[in-house]
Write a protein that binds this ligand. Structure first.
Ligand code: SF4
Ligand code: SF4
Length: 297
């Protein structure tokens, strides 16, 4: 039996996202073998008035949008006069297919061809997924926006944190109970670290997904038990160390050397992350099990 948005909104949205991922032709590696780029998604929800979004203004910077502020600005621009009492954030993780992770785990300098295409075509698919959900909610008379693909999204050079964005998908995922941060600055979810993620802000009440983790780094072995560090060894750019992720070294490697390497090796012209630190590591496809002697994070 199909559920409705008004009666079971969380289930309706989860089914809509899952169906789009499983059925969309855009979720296919057509340039290789036509197999799906992403496996079944994980979906979570956050209340826009959760104090964590105000905390992000301190943690990330004053330029980071609170979802309520963002939707209210958007409503003002659009002349929308509907009810903005309840605002929620819909979040999803789309895990990268096993075969693609396996192919990247075999690489030592540049990403595999599957990974490179998944990063490029996969984000185009993720944009379509955001548009699909925004459209679906719009059809119900709601006001919805995907911050990442909107005019509210900006990259900012901040004195304290370096390059940062006015909306962080990973921080939205954390707020929606979907995962915690890792040594390499990514998000370890129950389906692992190798994924894309997306969010939509909407004026409706959705039951928030509980954050069951004990702290913001709880899923990473380096922080919860002082072990692992495998991603440090995997990084060809020397951008990872026990101090964490050197964003500047990483982006020079990814946006200069990687692009040139892919042109030479595969004769393709795509902007892609390297993702070597997300494949061939214990957190690639799951939350890694802590050693039995480990203390809580
Ligand atoms: S490889 Fe190990 S240290 Fe690196 S992010 Fe994954 S769990 Fe953490
Ligand atoms: S994306 Fe590549 S360059 Fe950046 S930290 Fe990971 S392995 Fe290193």
């Amino acid at each position: 039996m199909k559920c409705s948005l008004s009666q079971q909104p969380e289930r309706f949205l989860e089914e809509a996202i899952t169906l789009f991922v499983s059925e969309s032709e855009a979720n296919r590696l057509t340039m290789i073998d036509g197999s799906p780029m992403f496996d079944e998604p994980l979906v979570g929800f956050a209340d826009a008035d959760d104090p964590i979004f105000s905390d992000y203004k301190t943690i990330i910077g004053g330029f980071h949008w609170r979802p309520r502020d963002l939707l209210e600005h958007y409503a003002g621009d659009e002349g929308y006069e509907g009810d903005l009492t309840h605002i929620s954030v819909i979040c999803w993780i789309i895990p990268i297919a096993r075969e693609t992770i396996k192919s990247n785990a075999e690489q030592t300098r540049f990403p595999s061809l599957r990974w490179a295409h998944t990063r490029d075509a996969g984000e185009k698919f993720n944009v379509l997924l955001r548009q699909h959900i925004v459209g679906l909610l719009g059809d119900e008379g709601l006001l919805a926006i995907a911050p990442m693909d909107s005019r509210f999204f900006q990259m900012i050079m901040d004195e304290r944190v370096g390059w940062a964005s006015s909306w962080s998908e990973r921080h939205a995922m954390y707020a929606a109970g979907l995962g915690t941060f890792s040594l390499n600055d990514a998000l370890i979810t129950p389906r692992g670290i190798a994924h894309r993620c997306g969010s939509v802000v909407v004026n409706m009440k959705l039951k928030p997904t509980p954050r069951t983790y004990e702290n913001f780094r709880a899923n990473c072995l380096f922080y919860n038990s002082g072990t692992c560090g495998d991603c440090i060894e995997r990084c060809p750019a020397g951008a990872l160390s026990e101090e964490g992720h050197d964003k500047s070294k990483c982006s020079i490697y990814v946006y200069q050397q990687c692009i040139e390497g892919l042109r030479e090796e595969y004769k393709i012209d795509v902007t892609t992350g390297c993702g070597l630190c997300q494949a061939g590591v214990p957190c690639s496809r799951r939350i890694p099990k802590r050693p039995s002697t480990a203390k809580g994070g």
